[in-house]
Design a protein around this ligand. Structure first.
Ligand code: NAP
Length: 496
């Protein structure tokens, strides 16, 4: 009997229905030079859809539209902005299957994970619909008792939002929702590998009542050439970037001339520490989540498993057994646990890191190679006894590869965890409360999962320290990235 993939059967109609042009000033339009580029399915290499390819002139037209819409948008009632976000949350949630399928097609993650991302991504719309009406200020009496201080917050102004390909919906809503809540207008440049989800999201926001020009979307195959002129334009007030540390460094330099407000959500190299008293079942389950969510293509992915020497062998063999049992395949196939990596370049990078570790003396307990045939697949891999100094411990792997090293003392574990230029996420498994608080105090990371492998939440401040960037997305902090503070000194009202 032929097995029919019902999810894939719906793909042509969905791909046909979503917008594929630039959104500028509330209108979908072709690029000025008529160019397009092709989005592909990473599981097959097959083309999915051509989309308009913004030129530098289109980028400036998008900024013109954002600037034109800014003052009226900033004057809208917070409740109105919140209600648009709430409606968008309802629509995205109602269209969970469409968003999930689109992300699976253009990014490769299994449908079950894509549905999880729809819930997570939509949650930013809901969270910031609630935050829009809670932008507060303060009024105080100056210490000398005479003058008064009034502190208020205003939208920063037109913002450039640049997003990566790994979470096509959530990385967009994590920026768009607080910007809308704060009253900022935007130009969104999605990753060229996965622009389709952003385009569907933009159409939902228009349907939810977002006024023309508040959100402009410019997919492009020439990121630097299109965003460069915007960064140099004094009308732009903010750039919020999520992506690699190397591109982030460049954008910080490019933002210097206009002294632009910047938020940088950059790369990670998360340690995952397991102490000898940890619940080993929970630690292995947490490891599977922290390592394999999104095929390991997550900035929060656990890269370096640092395990107490007394349980290192047991932890490694249990993890290898679980990882070897996973099925690779197209994300729409019901039996698929692990989808493809995003492109051939990613597979080549992971292959090189694994080879380097093996040359350095690491031992393979599971996987170890790319899968032959169509698509960009790499086997879930466990490497034991990875020597310190191996480049796989220094670089972001961005693939389904777990490296395991062991330690004997708490100080050694902390030193190993902090031996990286990154400082985004970290994970810690122990039943000892004092130890967990003590170690957490010393771990250099913006976020820490204590006895859990899952840390992302719209209600929590997401972000890093060191070369993982600065600024926070989500939580009560997230909206501050889009607000500027104004202080008004008031003369003594008691004086005649
Ligand atoms: P990337 O290569 O840095 O690209 C990110 C975005 O920047 C894309 O939209 C890209 O456009 C654009 N871009 C590239 N070069 C640019 C330039 N010179 N000027 C302006 N924009 C430019 O990163 P990625 O490969 O998409 O994403 C993976 C990285 O993102 C990993 O390092 C991961 O850790 C990080 N990440 C961090 C977080 C976080 O919250 N900290 C979350 C998710 C991912 P094109 O697509 O056109 O190249």
């Amino acid at each position: 009997m032929e097995i029919v993939n019902t999810a894939l059967a719906g793909a042509p109609a969905l791909l046909h229905a979503i917008p594929h042009e630039l959104l500028i000033g509330g209108r979908w339009r072709t690029a000025q030079d008529g160019r397009t580029f092709t989005v592909e399915d990473p599981a097959t290499g097959q083309p999915l859809r051509d989309v308009a390819d913004a030129s530098p002139a289109d980028g400036l037209a998008a900024l013109d539209a954002a600037v034109a819409a800014q003052s009226e948008w900033a004057a809208t009632a917070p409740r109105e902005r919140g209600e648009i976000l709430r409606r968008a949350f309802e629509i995205v949630t109602a269209r969970t299957e469409d968003f999930a399928l689109l992300m699976t097609l253009e990014m490769g993650k299994p449908l079950s994970e894509a549905r999880g991302e729809v819930a997570y991504g939509a949650d930013f719309l809901r969270w910031f619909s609630e935050e829009a009406v809670r932008i507060s200020g303060r009024y105080s009496i100056a210490p000398d008792g005479r003058s008064r201080h009034l502190v208020t917050h205003k939208p920063v102004g037109p913002s450039l939002l640049i997003t990566p390909w790994n979470f096509p919906l959530a990385m967009a809503t994590r920026k768009i929702a607080p910007a809308i809540a704060a009253g900022c207008t935007m130009v969104l440049k999605p990753a060229n590998l996965t622009p389709l989800t952003s385009m569907l999201l933009a159409s939902v926001l228009l349907e939810a009542g977002l006024p023309d020009g508040v959100l402009n979307v410019i997919p492009t195959s020439s990121a630097g050439a299109v965003t460069g002129p915007l960064l140099r334009d004094p009308r732009l007030r903010k750039v919020s970037f999520t992506g690699s540390t190397s591109v982030g460094r460049q954008l910080i330099k490019d933002s210097a001339d206009t002294v632009l407000r910047t938020s940088m959500e950059l790369g990670g190299n998360a340690p995952f520490i397991v102490f000898e008293d940890a619940d080993l079942d929970a630690a292995v389950t947490g490891a599977m989540q922290a390592k394999l969510r999104n095929m390991g293509e997550a900035c929060t992915a656990a890269n370096r498993f640092i395990v107490h020497e007394s349980i290192g062998g047991e932890f490694a063999s249990r993890l290898a057994e679980r990882m070897s049992a996973l099925t690779l395949g197209h994300g729409t196939d019901a039996g698929t646990d692990i989808g493809p990596l995003i492109d051939a370049k990613s597979v080549a990078k992971v292959t090189e890191l694994v080879r380097g570790a093996l040359d350095d003396g690491a031992v393979v307990l599971a996987g170890g190679s790319q899968r032959a045939g169509a698509g960009h697949f790499f086997e879930p891999t466990v490497l034991m006894d990875v020597p310190l100094g191996s480049s796989i411990l220094a670089e972001e792997i961005f693939g389904p590869v777990a490296t395991i090293t062991t330690f004997s003392t708490e100080d050694q574990a902390i030193a190993a965890a902090n031996a990286t230029e990154y400082g985004l996420a970290a994970y810690l498994f122990t039943k000892d409360l004092n130890r967990s608080l003590r170690v957490a105090q010393h771990i250099q990371s913006g976020m820490l999962g204590l006895n859990t492998g899952l840390i992302s939440s719209a209600a929590a401040p997401f972000g890093g320290i060191k070369q993982s960037g600065f600024g926070r997305e989500g939580g009560a902090e997230g909206i501050n990235e889009y607000l500027s503070t104004q202080y008004i000194a008031i003369a003594d009202p008691m004086a005649e």
